[in-house]
Design a protein around this ligand. Structure first.
Ligand code: NAG
Ligand code: NAG
Ligand code: NAG
Ligand code: NAG
Ligand code: NAG
Ligand code: NAG
Ligand code: NAG
Length: 807
């Protein structure tokens, strides 16, 4: 293990490109007030974590397969897996967000490790069970001896090894960067790139270093003052974290100057929470500087590598909601100056029972860029109907029970009746203006179409100059909120039909009694005033609202409005999808940094590109209209042509590929190439939306699914999308559900291949492998010296498994 812990630039925004290509012009984003959100994202790497397939295992003495309770099967399996490896103090609980996927019949069981009665926050096993058999699992459980709870053992001094590693990393980054720049010569572009390097990578790393290693310089010498108290009192660790996390230098200075005052001001209450069937105590701390809501704190263990050994460190686990971030942080409980890991939930960027014939109310209409038109450069607006999917949105897009409407008073909320709105307010999405760029959203302005439900508002932006550009853009707020509402609802319904439903953690106020946690529709801010030229999404665990913020782009005159570029909206909403599906609905910490954080970006680009594509193949850029750059906001456009987009797995080794967006671009390109192989084999369907159910609830195959097949026992098999593009979307979503928390490229690739095994019996095994291999992600691709921001030395493999050599 060369490096234990380091910073990644997990800028979870749409456009995080920082230092990729010095030759590219950065255009207007150098001039305008570019929104650069501060964000932290780093944590230990777990070399022992695996994602594995399990050969068919007969379990002697068990009931016939279909009768077995999948959770019992999973528990039995995990018991076997851990036999002889865990000590008496160690156990596990089955998380309540485990679920059975109605479409595939796969039960996804999430298991959390418990040592000394305390959760191991990164000790996860996810077990995939079908027909009474475990067929794959991911495992990052800790295997060493349990620490004694109050052991004074390991700790404090500023983990010398860790700080040395960080210093080494800082230096070698600088060296590599200088070397690379050396070849690029001088000039303005190079200066710009240098500045960006410092801002984006070097400064944050230095900051982490000083937060964690400048032990002796702390104003109150916390090493002595708070170490003893920290185990009982999370406030020390929390204040330390806020010092590192706040983007406001003034707040930092103020905390340092009035440390005791802040400490006293923070008041705690206690709540009992259940993890599986284990009760844990959560401390809820109010008055935390720069947090916008009370912070949740609980004791947990995390696994930290020390040299070549991994130990369990006791930490305070915090959930901190701030204006621009929503952090899940682990701070050492024994050395409260030390942040062990941080994930920012903000990312910048057979189906359910069929309800009765739903709404009889008038359907809304919207003057919008129709689904499939990516942005104003490819088509004009037209009047579209409220074409909601009856399975995904039984009350339509404008109906929700009074009980789930947070703006209603207690009296109204006692009613189960359905409220029908005439604004952009519904069960899936609350869309509105946020010119002030604030956190408040409930009473923000929303267009009201009145009884007609006709959301037809003008959009005729006139040529402007900088003085009146903002004012001009704001004139069309009615049209842009309408568009954001329409696109977001379409995305909700589409992902629902591919399996992002209530039990798997989707975003809805009301769940129609279908399970999962409620009251978590997407809060969608149009024209968010906190900046320009970006977009972001915050994904807390199931049961808390996701937040989508869209910005104006000052890249052209008149300003361009991100709300009108479907690809950007889809990218952002896909963060919610991948975060909730990976590692289970209640775990939002699985795509925090490095390769997993990068894929969190890549899935969004891939889905946005797939949705806008049509039967005639074409290359596509991401964000080209909003950014006013033909090649968009990534290094390359998505293309089958290796000259146009040369990305392979090994591309991740290059300087400029340390941030999640660059990593994500490589992943999205690989998926794009793979999907074209499936399209070549299975053809293309114009609409990705599956057919509506018949009156008796049956989903007809139509031209969308293959004819229904049955098992030997006469049961329906999962419906299989017939065409290449729809099948790929299905495999990508099913793969997210199979893969483990903090997946690597290899894990996510294997999960997609396995999703095909489950769905079709593996008939696309060779097409999928050939696709992945063509971009270096063959079976023998390797990485050595993996680092938490995605660094390492990679080897491409262009070979395919033996079984695929024949044809
Ligand atoms: C909303 O519309 C539904 C379906 O058309 C109707 O049953 C319901 O009564 C309406 N709600 C109210 C409060 O009018
Ligand atoms: C939009 O409509 C105008 C006027 O009919 C037409 O000139 C223009 O080409 C259309 N734009 C696109 C992108 O189709
Ligand atoms: C900008 O536009 C406004 C309104 O169109 C005009 O009054 C003003 O003179 C323009 N300013 C410049 C610098 O062109
Ligand atoms: C938005 O629409 C409402 C209702 O039609 C209208 O009163 C208002 O002036 C519009 N807002 C803007 C900025 O045009
Ligand atoms: C695809 O190309 C054909 C032939 O050029 C054209 O007729 C058709 O309209 C195109 N389809 C789409 C969806 O662009
Ligand atoms: C790939 O792109 C390059 C550069 O645009 C072009 O010269 C080449 O013909 C393309 N290859 C194919 C197979 O289309
Ligand atoms: C539902 O209706 C369709 C068409 O009428 C019929 O083919 C199918 O067998 C029915 N399914 C059930 C479960 O009744």
């Amino acid at each position: 293990m060369r490096c234990i812990l380091a910073a990644s630039l997990a800028v979870a925004t749409l456009a995080g490109r920082v230092l990729a290509h010095p030759a590219v012009s950065y255009g207007a984003d150098d001039e305008g007030p570019v929104r650069r959100r501060k964000t932290l994202g780093f944590g230990p790497v777990h070399p022992h974590a695996v994602f594995r397939q399990v050969p068919q295992q007969p379990l002697p003495g068990f009931a016939p397969a279909p009768l077995r309770d999948p959770v019992e099967v999973a528990k039995h399996f995990v018991g076997g897996l851990l036999r002889d490896q865990l000590r008496a103090e160690s156990g596990f609980v089955v998380r309540k967000d485990s679920y059975t996927d109605k479409a595939t019949g796969v039960t996804h069981v999430y298991i959390r490790q418990v040592v000394n009665g305390i959760e191991v926050a990164d000790g996860d096993i996810n077990v995939n069970v079908k027909d009474g058999q475990v067929f794959s699992y991911g495992d990052s459980f800790y295997r060493g001896p349990a620490p004694s709870f109050y052991s004074s053992a390991v700790v404090p001094h500023p983990h010398a090894d860790y700080c040395t590693e960080l210093e080494y990393e800082l230096e070698s980054q600088q060296d590599r960067f200088e070397q690379w720049l050396g070849a690029a010569g001088q000039g303005e572009q190079v200066q710009l790139v240098r500045r960006r390097f410092n801002e984006a990578l070097h400064e944050p790393l230095k900051r982490i270093h000083s937060m964690n290693c400048a032990f002796v310089n702390l104003p109150y010498d916390l090493a002595h003052k708070s170490t003893a108290a920290a185990l009982e009192d999370p406030r020390h660790a929390l204040l330390q974290f806020m010092v590192a996390a706040t983007p406001e230098e003034g707040v930092v200075q103020d905390i340092l100057a009035k440390y005791d005052e802040y400490l006293e001001g923070m008041k705690s209450t206690f709540e009992a929470h259940l993890v599986g069937d284990m009760q844990t105590m959560v401390e809820v701390i109010d008055n935390v500087p720069d947090a916008v809501s009370p912070v949740k704190a609980k004791l947990a263990y995390v696994q930290v590598p020390h040299g070549d050994k991994t130990t369990l460190d006791l930490v305070w686990k915090f959930e901190v909601e701030m204006k621009d971030n929503w952090y899940e942080a682990a701070v050492s409980a024994k050395a409260p100056h030390r942040i062990v890991s941080v994930v920012d939930w903000a990312s910048d960027s057979p189906l359910a029972p069929v309800p009765k014939e739903p709404t009889e109310r008038k359907l809304a209409t919207y003057n919008v860029f129709a689904w499939g038109i990516n942005d104003p450069s490819v088509g004009n607006r037209s009047i579209q109907k409220e074409t909601y999917d009856v399975i995904a949105s039984p009350f339509g897009w404008h109906g929700l029970p009074y009980a789930n409407d947070p703006t209603e008073d207690d009296f109204k909320r006692a009613s189960k009746a359905v409220k029908n709105t005439t604004t952009t307010w519904g069960n899936n999405v609350f869309a509105h203006e946020d010119w002030e760029g604030r956190n408040a959203w409930m009473y923000n302005y929303r267009p009201d179409a009145g009884e007609s439900l006709n959301f037809d508002f003008p959009y005729e932006p006139k040529l402007t100059n900088t003085t009146d550009a903002l004012e001009e853009a704001q004139k069309y707020i009615n049209a842009t909120v309408t568009q954001l509402f329409y696109t977001s609802n379409m995305v909700h319904d589409l992902y629902y039909r591919y399996g992002f439903d209530e039990v798997s953690g989707n975003f809805q106020q009301h769940n129609f009694g279908r399970g999962g946690e409620e009251n978590d529709a997407v809060i969608a801010n149009a024209q968010d005033g906190s900046g320009y030229n970006n977009a972001n999404f915050m994904t807390p665990p199931d049961g808390q609202n996701g937040r989508c913020r869209m910005y104006l782009w000052n890249t052209a005159m008149p300003y361009r409005d991100g709300d009108l570029e479907a690809g950007i909206v889809i990218h952002e909403l896909s963060h919610g999808l991948s975060t909730r599906l990976t590692g289970g609905p209640a775990n939002s910490g699985c795509l925090g940094w490095g390769e997993s954080g990068g894929m969190g970006e890549g899935w969004g680009d891939f889905l946005a590109t797939t949705i806008r594509s049509n039967k005639n193949y074409s290359d596509y850029a991401m964000g080209a209209w909003a950014a006013n750059r033909p090649n968009g906001i990534r290094n390359y456009v998505y293309s089958l042509n290796e000259t146009i987009n040369p990305s392979t797995y090994k591309t991740l080794d290059k300087p400029g590929y340390w941030g999640v967006h660059a990593i994500g671009e490589v992943w999205a390109e690989i998926l794009w190439v793979v999907s074209q192989r499936l399209i070549a084999k299975h053809g293309y369907v114009d609409s990705l939306f599956p057919p509506a159910p018949l009156d008796n609830g049956t989903i007809p195959s139509g031209d969308f699914y293959r004819p229904q097949e049955y098992t030997a026992a006469g049961e329906k098999k999962p419906l299989v999308p017939k065409h290449g593009n729809s099948l790929m979307v299905q495999l990508v979503l099913n793969g997210m559900k199979l893969q483990q928390c903090r997946p690597s490229f290899f894990d996510a690739r294997d999960a997609i291949i396995q999703a095909d095994q489950v769905l079709t019996g593996g008939e696309n095994y060779c097409e999928l492998w050939k696709g992945f291999s063509s971009r270096g992600l063959g079976p023998d691709a390797r990485v050595e010296g993996r680092t938490p921001w995605g660094g390492g030395i990679r080897t491409d493999d262009y070979a395919v498994p033996k079984a695929c050599l024949e044809d």
